[in-house]
Design a protein around this ligand. Sequence first.
Ligand code: 3PG
Length: 205
Amino acid sequence: MRNLLAGNTVIPVIVLDREEDAVPLARALVAGGLKVLEITLRTPAAVGGIRQIIEQVPEAIVGTGTVYTPEQVQLSEDLGCQFMVSPGATDKLLEAAQKSSVGLLPGVSSVSEMMRCMEYGYQDFKFFPAEASGGAAKIKALSGPFADVKFCPTGGIGLGNVMDYLSLPNVMCVGGSWICPANLVKEQRWDEIEQLAREASALGQ
Ligand code: 3PG
């Protein structure tokens, strides 16, 4: 995951309500400089939307989000996704992910969850829900005992607090939905989304 995410400091977390929005949304994000896209498997439009993005926006690096079952791991692989993100980590999920060719960024919010994932070989984690689980202060505190671990905090992050996270050496990137707010997607305001993406992509430079 670290290699895949290298140089991509902000990952838009996308909730697709309409399949037809998938391609213009992905194009706007990529045009704004964000090419790693997490599309959550929360909505019926997600699977068709992912297919269309993979076919029509080849510059995008497409992954599934909200993955929490072995079936969703298989689905991610069948769709041709390049990564998967889970909100938490169960043994069933980790076992399925180990057999998959698609890399998983498992979600953790506690030390013991991290240690369980580390037993499966993981060193890179989604830290979720970031703000509600202790925020940047917690991630900073984790750098002592877990010097080799890197995080992608997600949940409650926006322009107002993103630098609290990105300034930490053990944060490789952040995820969030602030780049593709539901109202802008609903109203198909792609130029504004591209502008938000441009601001976000400049953060890590
Ligand atoms: C999620 O899975 O919903 C993400 O963590 C996004 O959280 P956000 O909407 O607070 O950015």
